[in-house]
Design a protein. Sequence first.
Length: 188
Amino acid sequence: MDSERRQWLIREPQEALSKKLGVAAWILSTVVLLLVVAMQKIHLPLPEGWTTSFLPPIHAGLNAVAAVVLLISLIFIKLGNVKMHRATMVLAMILSVLFLLSYVAYHMTNEPTRYGGVGAMRTVYFILLGTHILFAAVSLPFILFTFIAGWTNRFAAHRKLARWVFPLWLYVAITGPICYWMLKPYYG
């Protein structure tokens, strides 16, 4: 696998493509941020007989699978298997996009569910939820920049970003399902 890694590392960086994709990453990050803010204010009615109430376990599952895929991807790159690392990172991105679509669809069509726990568990829930939301918001553009750096053969930048972006993304992917399980008893 070491020779495979070396073959990847000698590829020429695609700086022009990286810059274009970087602009797209900022635009996408802004759109997602606006969408998440809008979903707090906008409630879309569904046609009679339709529901999106089945979505919360799906977004929790997508986040959980994304966390596992991120760990597998880390193992692949540690073993020097760049091809499988790239494939699993693409899969993690797809899972995260599906999560986001599911999450926004649910929150634009349902009233928010309030956590009903008390005492220490309430504190734990809100610490996890607060850090989950904060890290998700902060990490999104950097996840995209890290992905773009790797995709465009800017490996030094990719490694530099991945050292701190990967743990944030993994934390978000793990705490999302934990928050779901803590909130699950309070869904209507």
